[in-house]
Each structure stands twice: as C-alpha cells, then as structure tokens.
Design a protein around this ligand. Structure first.
Ligand code: ATP
Length: 304
C-alpha cells in the first residue's frame, strides 16, 4: 500500500511531560484518516510535527516515502496543505485577496486558479466582503482554500468542524468528501465529534495520552462493531422473560427499551412477545457506534 504519511515511534516531550509517545501510524494514499482523541491527547502536537512547525524529540516520519531528516522533505511538504488550530487568513482582506496573497507567497505564476478555488469552497459570491464579517464556517472554508492554493494532494485539518453550526458542519463534510472523491486529495483530520467523523473517515487512529492505541480501517471497525436491534415494548418484564427464554443477549436501554444482539428471527421473536401479551411499539437496527467503540478502547471520561 502507498502511504502519504507514516510515523515511526514518534515522540514529543515538552518541559511539562510527554505529549506523544512512540506513535507509529499510517495514512494510506486516498484515505480520509480520522484522528480521534480527548483534549490533550496529542492530536495537534502530531499535526504540528508533520507540518514541520516543531521538531520531534525522537522517532520520525515520512511524507510520500521521504524521511523527515531528508533535506528534500521541504520540497515534498509542498504537496501538503494544512489548517492547524485557527485558519491562516487575514481578516481585513476579502476571500479573493487572501488567496491572491497566498498565491504570491507561494510564487505561483498566475492567479487564474483563484476564482475556481473560491467556487470550490463555496465562497464564490462573497465579493468585497472582508473575512472579518464571515461566519466561522466561511472562515474555515477560506482557510482550506488558502491551504489548497499550492494544489496539494494531502490536506491536514485540525478540528475542522469545531464550533460550527449544523449547516456549517454539513458544508464542511460535503467539501471534505468532494476534495477526497473528486480531487483525490488524501485528508488527515482530527475531530472530537465522533458522529461526524464516522460519516467521513475511511481510516481511524485512536490516540490516548500521547499513545496511538489502535489504528483501523472503517471496514475493520464496521466488522468489529456488533449490530443490534433496539426494541421498544409495552412490557419490559415480559420482554426480559422472553429474551432470557430464547437465550438472546440483550441490554436494557431505557423505559420499555432493550438492545437485542444477534436476533436473527425477528418475526418469531415479535410473535412470541405478542403471545406473551407484550406488544412491540418500535423497532430499529442499530450499529455499535464509533463512540462506544472508542469508549471500549480507551475507557474513562466522555471528553471526546
Ligand atoms: N507548546 C507546548 N508547550 C508545552 N506543552 C504543550 C505544548 N503544546 C501542547 N502541550 C501539551 O501537550 C499535550 C498534548 O496537547 P495537544 O494540543 O497536542 O492535544 P490535542 O489532542 O490537540 O488536544 P486539544 O483537542 O485540546 O487541542 C497536552 O498535555 C498539552 O498541554
């Protein structure tokens, strides 16, 4: 498999302690790699290292197969665009002027890519409006446009949906998917919002207290997550009795609700419940979510 980024036993220690400890991860070309971890897990630190904003304490990484100690890493890094922490935009400039400035900084020969780029990120109609007057979502998308100026094929986004309203989250999701699917841009993104990440990511890296505890593809995650049916019934006691009688595994989920695992013959189950005087008033298929997978992996607080 071809990788945009690999890290090998990457470590970063600050005076206060270890922020990253022996992190070995692999971002395949073409992936949307979701980087998951609580506050302070070390996500931003890792992103800063691979962007060359800070140096590792030990270990290393490769970008497109080039080691970070190789002098040509600077050339390879031009294939990478990033929005780290807050977007690198000038608030007193329009969207177009921000991109014009970035194009000049990169020494790009022409400005003809600017208008299509603004269209791509949904800022084609912002005219003379200054970035200061943009919504948070618009600023984020302008930050992405700035990062895309040099036509990178690897985009790194640190918490791109943090603080966005539902509409902003949907727009950001559609943009990331479009960049990945239509423009073949590999994306590494960190996020606290697991539901959102689950809609995007093809691969996951789970970081806990500076250590990468697991790396899985979305397919592997799906296979590892158990499916269950959430049943809502009129009589929870009867439900338990019938489920126990059939030897089914279940978990009570609330008033008159239970998640039933591996219930293959649902119509028979519903019939049995009916005959026992218990009516099924709701039924839907559930997957064990990314959130519960994560909680099982790292345990503890819900601060994700
Ligand atoms: N420049 C720095 N100097 C000292 N310690 C730092 C520095 N940057 C980060 N840290 C520490 O390193 C650890 C990891 O921080 P980091 O910002 O990478 O985490 P994070 O996963 O991105 O969290 P968040 O989602 O809150 O940004 C934290 O304990 C943090 O306090």
């Amino acid at each position: 498999m071809e990788y945009c980024l690999t890290t090998e036993a990457l470590c970063k220690t600050y005076r206060q302690g270890k922020a990253l400890h022996n992190v070995t991860m692999h971002v395949p070309k073409g992936a949307i790699y979701g980087f998951v971890g609580k506050n302070g897990a070390g996500k931003t630190t890792l992103i800063r290292l691979i962007c060359g904003l800070q140096a590792p304490t030990a270990g290393g990484y490769t970008l497109y197969g080039v080691r970070n100690t190789d002098p040509s890493i600077h050339r390879v890094r031009r294939r990478m665009g990033a929005v780290v922490e807050s977007p690198a935009i000038y608030l007193d400039l329009t969207a177009e002027d921000n991109l014009r400035l970035q194009a000049r900084l990169l020494g790009l020969p022409s400005e003809e890519g600017i208008a299509p780029l603004l269209e791509l990120v949904g800022l084609g109609e912002t005219g003379r409006k200054k970035a200061r007057n943009f919504s948070l979502g618009m600023r984020q998308r302008l930050g992405i446009a700035v990062a895309l100026c040099g036509e990178p094929d690897f985009l790194v986004l640190d918490e791109p949906v943090n603080g966005l309203d539902p509409q902003g989250i949907i727009e950001m999701r559609e943009l990331i998917l479009k960049l990945n699917r239509e423009y073949q841009i590999t994306v590494l993104l960190s996020s606290h919002i697991l539901d959102e990440l689950a809609r995007l990511a093809t691969h996951y890296g789970f970081l806990d207290q500076g250590t990468l505890v697991r790396e899985v593809s979305a397919q592997e995650l799906e296979a590892a997550c158990r499916r269950c049916v959430r049943l809502t019934v009129t009589d929870a006691k009867t439900l338990c009795r019938v489920l126990d009688g059939r030897g089914l595994e279940y978990r009570l989920a609330g008033e008159g609700e239970a998640d039933v695992y591996e219930a293959h013959d649902l119509s028979q189950l519903i019939l049995d419940l009916h005959q026992a005087g218990c009516q099924v008033t709701g039924l839907h298929q559930r997957d064990e979510t990314l959130e519960s997978y994560y909680m099982n992996l790292v345990g503890g607080g819900r601060d994700v």
